[in-house]
Design a binder for this molecule. Structure first.
Ligand code: URA
Ligand code: SF4
Length: 231
């Protein structure tokens, strides 16, 4: 897929989400929040669902939790524009209650399609509900900061998943905030491992891969942080 066709496909999904009435959450929304970011990124962050600020803006993670997420990214030298950020449910649950299982089920096809288009190397889950989709049965207290293969039925066929606490939980607890900075510091290594596994398990040469004999750029590494750069 080219960059332009990826962008187009993501915009088509976003347009569907904005008009969606598949579950009861559509009734209370101001704006649906499809997600946003770089269509060619290797890393997708998946939160739980929009809050009040996101519902007003139609954009994910723009409130205090979003500010903290941006700070986590800054510690590894990344900007939010370089990744893709979305949620398990795309419309705000009333009073920020947890999304119900039937609402999550109704909305999942959108996330699956976004992941199929982006085909990330790494999915970073933010919080329990997102983790539950990618690492069934895991407990956040044990699984945060750990890396797992992703079930292909999630849409992210060749990705690995790295679990983090929800930034809103970090806002409520200094302990969780400290853990989250530690977990964020582990994202670059998780990406390198996910790249390595993907290269080892990709069976066919993709058509747009460099031809034999062509000069292949080494995978870039940001020397200031020791972190892999995304672009
Ligand atoms: N919390 C989430 O889970 N998602 C957002 O987009 C904002 C806050
Ligand atoms: Fe549609 Fe998802 Fe919004 Fe429900 S939460 S109305 S399934 S976009």
């Amino acid at each position: 897929m080219t960059s332009a066709s990826r962008r187009e496909a993501l915009e088509a999904i976003a347009a569907e989400v904005s008009a969606c009435t598949r579950c009861r959450l559509h009734a209370g929304r101001t704006k649906a929040v499809p997600g946003e970011g770089h269509p060619d990124t290797e890393v997708v962050f998946v939160g739980e669902g929009p809050g009040m600020n996101e519902d007003r803006a139609g954009r994910p993670f723009v409130g205090r939790a979003g500010d903290l997420l941006v700070r986590f990214l800054a510690t590894i030298g990344w900007r939010r524009e370089e990744v893709f950020i979305t949620n398990v449910v795309k419309c705000r649950p009333p009073d920020n209650r947890d999304p119900e299982p039937d609402e999550i089920a109704a909305c999942l096809p959108y996330l699956e399609r976004q992941l199929a288009v982006i085909d990330p190397a790494l999915v970073v889950t933010l919080g329990r509900h997102s983790m539950g989709r990618f690492i069934p049965g895991a407990r956040i207290g044990q699984s945060h900061g750990t890396l797992h293969p992703v079930d292909p039925s999630t849409g992210a066929g060749s990705a690995m998943v790295y679990a983090m606490y929800h930034p809103a939980a970090a806002l409520r607890s200094p302990d969780v905030e400290r853990q989250s900075y530690d977990d964020a510091a582990g994202i670059p290594a998780a990406l390198l491992e996910a790249r390595r596994r993907r290269a080892a398990t990709t069976p066919a040469t993709p058509p747009d891969a460099p031809q034999p004999g062509a000069f292949i750029e080494p995978t870039s590494t940001d020397s200031a942080h020791g972190a892999p750069t995304l672009f």
